[in-house]
Write a new protein. Structure first.
Length: 80
């Protein structure tokens, strides 16, 4: 299983991070806000734990969506 993480940067708006968490990870607005604040305060936050293929797909989807909206939001996966 692999943990999908978002990494903090100084440019991506907090509202955009909340949208990403709702759209790609199915989190509620409240859950998304909590994860976004963790990313902001601690430098990274976990979005969920998935099998390798699902985690890799989510990383690619978030990365592509962020690039398309001209934000440098980084999404990575690490073994859980």
């Amino acid at each position: 299983m692999y943990k999908v993480l978002l990494l903090n940067d100084d440019f991506t708006p907090m509202d955009f991070v909340v949208v990403v968490l709702e759209k790609f990870f199915g989190l509620s607005r409240e859950q998304s806000t909590q994860v976004m604040l963790k990313v902001h305060r601690e430098g990274k936050g976990a979005c969920g734990v998935y099998p390798h293929d699902v985690a890799a797909t989510k990383v690619e989807q978030v990365s592509e969506f962020s690039r398309r909206h001209q934000h440098p939001l980084a999404c990575v996966m690490e073994e859980d």
